[in-house]
Structure formats: C-alpha cells, structure tokens
Design a protein around this ligand. Structure first.
Ligand SMILES: NC(=O)c1ccc[n+]([C@@H]2O[C@H](COP(=O)([O-])OP(=O)(O)OC[C@H]3O[C@@H](n4cnc5c(N)ncnc54)[C@H](OP(=O)(O)O)[C@@H]3O)[C@@H](O)[C@H]2O)c1
Length: 236
C-alpha cells in the first residue's frame, strides 16, 4: 500500500519540491497553504506525475491553531485515518535584529514556525502511535544552530523548532515513530527572490527533497535524526 504524506506549506519552494519528489516515488500527498490557487495548481502537477495517486490541497493559515486543527481533521478524513509521514515545513522568515525589529515579529514567527508544528503534530501523532509506525520531519534551519545574522526572531523560532524535534524524537522511540530534523542553509525559493546573487550560489529546493526521500527510504531499523546541509560555498 502506498504511503500517505502531509506537507505543510507544500505549494512553493522546498515544500513543493518535496511534493514533486515524493509523488514521483509513489506517495499520496496532502498539502496546505494560504493561497488556494497555487495549492490546486500543484495538485494538477502531481496528478500528471502519478495519475493513480491521491492528492489534495487545503487552504489553511498555520499561524492560527483553529485552522491547523481543521487541516488535521481534513487529512484524517482524506487518508481514512492512516497517516504515514508528517512534514512540518511551513515557515516564514522576517529579517531583523531582536533589538530593532518591528513589534510582533517574534510572535508571528513563533506561531508560524513553531506552534504550527507543535499543534499539527499533537493532532496527528496519536494515529502514528497507534499504528506503531510513522515519520515526522521538521524543517528546521542552520538558524536552529547558529545565531543567523539579521535573523533575530527567526533564529529564536528555529532553535525552538529543533528543540521540539529533539524532544519528540525521544518521546516517539517506544512507538516506532521516526523523527527527523533537517537543517538547510540558503536554498533557492521565493524568500530569496530579488537578492542580487546567482541562483547557483544557493542550494536547490530539489536538494532538500532528495534528503527527505532518503530519510523516508531507510530501513525500519534506521532513523536519520538530524542533518545539516549547506551551499557548497557556505552560508550567506
Ligand atoms: N529557503 C531557505 O533558504 C531556507 C533555509 C532553511 C530553512 N528553510 C525553511 O524551509 C521551509 C520552507 O521554506 P521556503 O524557502 O521553501 O519558503 P517559501 O518558498 O516561502 O514557501 C513557503 C511555503 O509555506 C507556505 N506558508 C507560509 N506561511 C504559511 C502559513 N502561515 N500558513 C500556511 N502555509 C504557509 C507558503 O504558501 P502560502 O504563502 O500560500 O501560505 C509556501 O507553500 C521554512 O520552514 C523555512 O524556514 C528555508
């Protein structure tokens, strides 16, 4: 039976690259994003890759707990309570220094980058615990392990997400549920549009998608716990 995957923020960038890679490998996929048109466009692309796959997009703002709960309920119905992989990928980057950034930036990034993963995981993990199988992948960042320059509150939120991921890894060991933290450096996506740098200076979203597929295809006895991946020339 093909595995069912949920990707938050699956309509663009890294999330979209993961969806395309996993659709090609035979996974069924449900994504969420705020922009419904972009989500539906991706679903059409996935259906072209695998006409027999089950694919669905849901409109949801992961900053809002109630919408996360609705998304969880939607995917439980769509996949008939069998969820194999949850990829907490949605995130936002607002540059700034802790001391100078706009009031409210910390809250926005904590809500989008941390609480979304916390709440969605809590909604869905019971199914994986019951199945005694499953995999949660959290899209952290190099800003989860270094104080990212001009990324004050972003770093705070991504350090916290890595903390969440490490704790979840320990809690899930007895249930045979795997937990992986991915820490990418600069990866070409909309967040980098307009930056005066050649695209080749950054990693490609497809690079991260390949790591996800690798994590998902290891044997049952191996878990890729944490992986840091940077552009060949280092951080930006
Ligand atoms: N690109 C990098 O250099 C880099 C490096 C390290 C880590 N990361 C992490 O990787 C993840 C993906 O980043 P990306 O660069 O691929 O970003 P991106 O191109 O901006 O795409 C973000 C995706 O998340 C969705 N999204 C954003 N806010 C959302 C919200 N509040 N509710 C629901 N969906 C939301 C977006 O769709 P809508 O806008 O339609 O909602 C989109 O599908 C993030 O967690 C980011 O922090 C990125």
């Amino acid at each position: 039976m093909h595995k069912n995957v949920i990707i938050t923020g699956g309509s663009k960038g890294i999330g979209k690259a993961i969806a395309l890679e996993l659709a090609g490998a035979g996974f069924n996929i449900a994504i969420c994003s705020r922009n419904g048109a972009e989500g539906n466009q991706l679903i059409a692309e996935l259906q072209n890759i695998n006409a027999h796959g089950q694919f669905k997009a849901f409109v949801c703002d992961v900053k809002i707990k109630q919408e996360v709960v609705q998304f969880a309920s939607f995917v439980k119905d769509f996949f008939e309570n069998k969820i194999d992989v949850l990829i907490n990928n949605a995130g936002t980057f607002i540059p700034g220094l802790i001391t100078e950034e706009e009031e409210g930036n910390l809250e926005k990034m904590i809500e989008t980058n941390l609480y979304s993963a916390y709440h969605l995981t809590r909604e869905l993990i019971g199914l994986m615990q019951h199945q005694k199988s499953g995999h949660v992948i959290n899209m952290c960042s190099i800003a989860s392990e270094i104080a990212y320059p001009n990324g004050g509150s972003y770093s705070i939120s991504k350090f916290a997400l890595l903390g969440f991921s490490k704790v979840l890894r320990e809690e899930m060991k007895p249930y045979n549920v795997k937990v992986t933290s991915i820490l990418p450096g600069a990866t070409w996506s909309d967040s980098w549009k307009g930056v005066d740098l050649p695209e080749s200076r950054l990693m490609q979203a497809e690079d991260i998608a390949k790591i996800v597929l690798c994590a998902l295809t290891l044997s049952d006895s191996a878990t890729l716990e944490e992986i840091t991946v940077r552009p060949q020339l280092g951080d930006l």
